[in-house]
Design a protein around this ligand. Structure first.
Ligand SMILES: [Ca+2]
Ligand SMILES: [Ca+2]
Length: 455
C-alpha cells in the first residue's frame, strides 16, 4: 500500500529540534475503512499511559530508570503534537503507577508511589500546568495504577490500602478532588471486607451527569465465589447503599458509564470467555449479555462513551492484536494488528499493566506500543491512531452523497482552497479510490460510479 510520509519538525521545550516521521495511510484490516497514522517516538518512553477524548489524546510517560521525571504530551489524530513533553513539576523519588483521565479542558494525571502517597496534577489543553501536583495524605495501593474518571468539575479516584491499613484487599476507597485540586475532601470508604477470608477490590469509577460518582467493586468470598457491586456517592459525599449486580462471573474486567446513562460492563466467565452487558445506573440488566471472545484470555479492554469496545491482546512472544466492536456488540471485523513493520525490531509488545490504549466516540483508536529488537538494539516506542472514515466523504459530514461532489472537484482542481475550506480532511486518503495514495484524475471515474450507486 502506498504511504504518505510527512515530515514534521518538532520543537522541544529544551530548544533542540528533532524530526519525527509520521506515516499515514488507509487501513482496512479492522473491517471498516480507517485512516492510520503511526509515529515513531524518539523520546525514551516508559510506563506509557494515554487518555483520549473526541479531539485528541494525552500521553504521559516516565523517565528511566526510576521515574526521575514524568512528562505529558498531547497529540491530534494525525499525530501532530499540540505540545510535547511538558514536565510535571514534582520531586519524583521512586517509581509510581500512574493513570490519566481526560476532561473538557485538559487532563488529570495521578500516580501511586511505591513508598506511599497518591499524587495528582492537572495539565490544560495548551500544555500549561493548570494545577500543581498535590500529594494526598493516604498510602495508596501499590503496584497497580489507580482507577480514575474526570470531568470539568472534578476527578474521582479509587484505590485500596489506606493510612494505617496496609492491606490492599481489605477496603475500597474513593477520593474526590475538585478539578483545580485546591480542596481535599475526606477519603470515603466504599467497601470493607466482611471476613478475614474475603477480599474487596475496586474495578472502575464513573462520574455521572447528575454529579454522582459510581464505584464498581468486587467481593471475592472464596476462590470461586465472587460478587460485583455498584455504589453511588453524591457530590456532598453522602453514600447510597451498595447495589449487588445480578452478574455471574469469574472476573469483572472494566466498565464505563455511557453518554446514554447506561453502564457497559465487561467480564469473563470461569472458562475464560468474555462478555459485555448493559446495565441501568441502578444495576438492572438492560439486555442479554453479548459474547465478545470465546475461550482464552484477552489482555485488556477500552470502552468509548458511545459504546465502542476495543479489545487488546498480546502473546508475549512478539505479537499484539486488537479487535473492535460497535456499540451494538458486533465486531467490525476479525482480530487485526495495525503496527507497521520494522525489520530491525520485529517484536511487538504493550504494557497493559498500565493503560496504553483508548477508543473514543465513533471508534477512533489510540495505541502506544513498543517495537523490540532480537539483536542488541534499542526498542522504539510508537503511537498509532486509527480514525474510521467514510470513503468519498470530502465535506466531512460523516456520509457520502451528492454534497461531496463540489468538494471533490475543489480538492482535485484547487487543493489549497479545499484545505482552507475543509481543514483536517486528508483528501488523498479519503477519496483515493484506486489506492495509489493520492487523489488525482484516475479517481474521477470510481468517484462518479460511487455517487451513482448511492451511499
Ligand atoms: Ca459527505
Ligand atoms: Ca488515487
Amino acid at each position: 500500500m502506498t504511504r504518505i510520509t510527512l515530515l514534521i519538525a518538532l520543537a522541544l521545550s529544551a530548544g533542540t529540534t528533532v524530526v519525527a516521521q509520521v506515516q499515514r495511510d488507509v487501513y482496512l484490516d479492522a473491517g471498516i475503512p480507517m485512516i492510520r497514522s503511526d509515529r515513531e517516538v524518539l523520546e525514551p518512553w516508559y510506563a506509557v499511559v494515554l487518555g483520549a477524548d473526541d479531539s485528541s489524546a494525552f500521553v504521559s510517560w516516565a523517565e528511566l530508570p526510576s521515574w526521575g521525571q514524568v512528562y505529558v504530551s498531547r497529540y491530534w489524530p494525525d499525530l501532530d503534537a499540540e505540545f510535547l513533553n511538558v514536565a510535571i513539576p514534582y520531586a519524583f523519588q521512586d517509581r509510581g503507577y500512574s493513570n490519566i483521565a481526560v476532561f473538557d479542558g485538559g487532563c488529570v494525571i495521578c500516580w501511586c508511589r511505591i513508598s506511599g502517597e497518591l499524587a495528582c496534577a492537572v495539565v490544560d489543553t495548551g500544555g500549561a500546568i493548570a494545577a500543581d501536583p498535590l500529594d494526598l495524605e493516604i498510602a495508596a495501593r501499590k503496584e497497580r495504577f489507580p482507577a480514575m474518571s474526570a470531568d470539568s468539575a472534578g476527578v474521582s479516584i479509587t484505590f485500596s490500602g489506606g493510612v494505617g491499613n496496609p492491606c490492599s484487599t481489605c477496603n475500597v476507597f474513593l477520593q474526590q478532588l475538585p478539578i483545580d485540586l485546591d480542596v481535599v475532601p475526606s477519603t470515603l470508604t466504599i467497601a470493607t471486607r466482611s471476613s478475614s477470608t474475603e477480599q474487596v477490590a475496586d474495578v472502575c469509577v464513573f462520574r455521572a451527569s447528575d454529579e454522582r460518582t459510581g464505584v464498581l467493586f468486587v467481593r471475592r468470598h472464596t476462590s470461586t465465589s465472587r460478587s460485583a457491586y455498584l455504589r453511588w456517592v453524591a457530590a456532598d459525599g453522602s453514600m447510597e447503599p451498595a447495589i449487588q449486580l445480578p452478574l455471574v462471573f469469574h472476573g469483572v474486567r472494566t466498565g464505563r458509564l455511557l453518554d446514554s446513562n447506561e453502564l457497559l460492563l465487561i467480564w469473563s466467565d470461569p472458562a475464560g470467555s468474555f462478555y459485555s452487558g448493559m446495565y441501568s445506573m441502578s444495576g438492572v440488566p438492560l439486555s442479554a449479555p453479548r459474547i465478545l471472545h470465546e475461550g482464552g484470555s484477552v489482555y485488556g479492554f477500552a470502552i468509548s462513551p458511545d459504546g465502542w469496545i476495543l479489545a487488546a491482546d498480546e502473546d508475549f512472544q512478539g505479537a499484539i492484536r486488537f479487535r473492535l466492536f460497535r456499540p451494538d456488540g458486533s465486531p467490525t471485523g476479525d482480530w487485526f494488528d495495525p503496527t507497521t513493520p520494522d525489520p530491525d525490531r520485529p517484536l511487538r509488545t504493550m504494557d497493559l499493566s498500565v493503560s496504553p490504549i483508548a477508543v473514543t466516540r465513533g471508534g477512533t483508536i489510540w495505541i502506544a506500543w513498543l517495537a523490540r529488537p532480537t539483536q542488541p538494539l534499542d526498542s522504539r516506542w510508537h503511537l498509532t491512531s486509527l480514525v474510521p472514515f467514510t470513503r468519498g466523504d470530502l465535506n466531512g459530514d460523516g456520509v457520502f452523497n451528492n454534497f461531496d461532489i463540489d468538494p471533490f472537484v475543489l480538492a482535485l482542481t484547487d487543493r489549497p482552497a479545499y484545505e482552507a475550506l475543509y481543514p483536517g480532511i486528508a483528501a488523498d486518503l479519503v477519496a483515493d479510490y484506486d489506492g495509489d495514495g493520492t487523489l488525482n484524475n484516475f479517481d474521477i471515474d470510481p468517484f462518479v460510479a460511487a455517487i451513482v450507486a448511492g451511499p
